[in-house]
Each structure stands twice: as C-alpha cells, then as structure tokens.
Design a protein around this ligand. Structure first.
Ligand SMILES: NC(=O)c1ccc[n+]([C@@H]2O[C@H](COP(=O)([O-])OP(=O)(O)OC[C@H]3O[C@@H](n4cnc5c(N)ncnc54)[C@H](OP(=O)(O)O)[C@@H]3O)[C@@H](O)[C@H]2O)c1
Length: 261
C-alpha cells in the first residue's frame, strides 16, 4: 500500500493541539512537509519543532485567526505562494455549546465564518497548486453530528451540515483535477474540545464530570474515548496515494457510536 507523502506539502489547520496536532505528526511520519496553522504562535512553534523530519525538509507554522476572514486570506495566500500546498486538512475549534433555539444569531454567523468561510478561503488559496500538480487531498474535520445531531450542540450541528454539503459539492467539482475531498467525523476524542463538552454537560445537569464521562463512554460500543492519534491516522490515510479512489465520503471515527448505517 502506497502511503508515501514524500515531496508533498500539507497545511494542517487547528494544528496547535488536539486532532490537528496529531494529524500533523502522522503526515510528517509519512514523509510530508507540514505547515501547522492556528492562532497561538508559541504553541505552534512547539508542535512544529517536535515533528519528525528528514534531511532537506523543513516544517513551518502560520499563526492566524480563522475568524478573521480577510487576515486568513492574506496570510494563506502569501504562504502558499512560497510553499505550494497539495494537502489541506481543514480543521478548527468547535463552536460553543447550547441548544439551537436559544443561540443568538451572531453565534450562527461566527460559526459559519470560522467553519465554512475559512474553509472556502483555504480551498481557494491551495487550489491552483493542486491543479498544477494534478494531485490534491482536502480533508475536513467535521463531526458525527453531520449524520446524527448531538443534543446541546445546536449551532455546531447546524454548521457541520453546511460544511458536509459544501464538501460533497467540491468533491464532485474537483475530482477531474486529481483532487479528492473527504470528511472525517470524529467521535468522542480525548482533546481540549471534549473536556469543554464534558464541563458544559456537567454544569448543565449538575452531575459530576466522572458521571458524565461514564455515560459518554457507555454510549460507545468500543467502550472508551478515542486517542487523537487514532483520528489522525484516518485523516492521514485519506491523504495518502493509496486513498486516491476515496472521494466525497464522510468517514466516522467514533468507535461505532452512531446508530445509523
Ligand atoms: N474532540 C472531540 O471529541 C470532537 C468530536 C467531534 C468533533 N470534533 C471537532 O473536531 C475539530 C477538532 O477538534 P479537537 O478536539 O482537536 O479540538 P481542540 O483540541 O479544541 O483544538 C482546536 C484547534 O483549533 C485551533 N483553533 C481554534 N479556534 C481557531 C481560530 N479561530 N483560528 C485558528 N485556529 C483555531 C486551536 O488552536 P489555537 O487556540 O492556537 O488557535 C486548536 O489547535 C473541532 O471542530 C471539533 O469540534 C471534536
């Protein structure tokens, strides 16, 4: 199986921690040059400096806020002009929790900007180099809520559906250029995001975090949360040459939690 990413450059967003950081590591292990993107330059520098390297290959960081649409466009366009990208991992921090009916309009606007508009800007910035190479991989880190909305994550459920529709459309538009577009749908994964969700549920229900965790783990057939490296491995596979014929899918990495087929 061809998993070799030597000579490819990957832009991994949300790369300062969690699933993004783990993905940067997996892609570097497969031979890719990696740029990690997030807001915190200091955290990104630590991640970049810890990535596996081979002689002649250098990893990079890009400190930018995906909520700042114009700033993101300027920063990414400048970066890809110097370092053309063939692999885009479109990933960022999830929206705040709460029921959809109580969310202010601005929360939907903010989530749409961070998840969908940022993705669109990133895709437009990397597309010329992917087309030139007639080879590209775009993987969006979304959520199982694409298929089964999650209680208490109203804004997130809404925007994830939009991202999935956008991605499916792109997958059909870009396949002729040798570019695949897929989504990974993480289940409960041990990162800062899951800690925030556990704290929210605990505050909302008055139950201890241990009780909340036990209930969440019991809902997963595998019986535990994922390690971020397990989610990252699925993302990295979709980026590999071996995955060339996988296009337009939404792949759950959820330990079997979703009941739908
Ligand atoms: N963990 C789970 O159980 C789970 C389950 C389903 C879906 N997901 C989704 O999967 C994605 C990744 O999750 P995760 O668990 O890895 O999250 P995480 O640990 O909270 O990491 C989020 C990453 O995104 C970056 N980020 C946040 N806001 C940003 C912004 N405005 N601009 C640029 N970068 C930003 C953060 O870095 P900086 O703070 O440095 O910017 C960080 O690197 C999220 O959309 C999450 O909702 C996670």
């Amino acid at each position: 199986m061809d998993l070799d990413l030597t000579g490819r450059h990957a832009l991994v967003c949300g790369g300062s921690e969690g699933i993004g950081r783990a993905t940067a590591h997996e892609l570097a292990l497969l031979g890719a040059e990696v740029t990690v993107l997030a807001r915190r330059a200091d955290a990104l520098a630590i991640v970049r400096d810890a990535l596996p390297t081979v002689p002649g290959r250098r990893h990079h960081l890009l400190a930018v806020d995906m909520d700042d649409t114009d700033g993101l466009r300027t920063a990414v366009e400048a970066h890809v002009a110097a370092h053309p990208v063939q692999i885009l991992v479109n990933n960022t921090g999830g929206p705040p929790g709460g029921p959809a009916h109580a969310a202010p309009s601005q929360a939907f606007v903010d989530a749409f900007r961070r998840h969908l508009l940022a993705g669109q800007i990133l895709v437009q910035a990397v597309l010329p180099a992917m087309r030139d190479a007639h080879w590209g991989r775009i993987v969006n880190v979304v959520s199982t809520s694409v298929r089964e909305p999650i209680a208490g994550l109203g804004v997130s459920n809404t925007v994830r559906g939009a991202v999935a529709g956008w991605a499916k459309t792109l997958s059909r538009e870009l396949a002729g250029d040798g570019i695949t577009v897929n989504n990974v749908l993480p289940g409960y994964t041990r990162t800062g995001r899951i800690e925030q969700i556990i704290a929210d549920r605990s505050a909302r229900t008055g139950r201890s975090s241990d009780a909340v965790i036990a209930e969440m783990e019991a809902s997963v057939p595998v019986g535990r949360f994922a390690d971020a490296a397990e989610t990252a491995a699925a993302i990295a596979f979709l980026c590999a040459p071996a995955a060339a014929y996988i296009n337009g899918v939404s792949l759950p990495v959820d330990g079997g939690r979703m009941a739908s087929i």
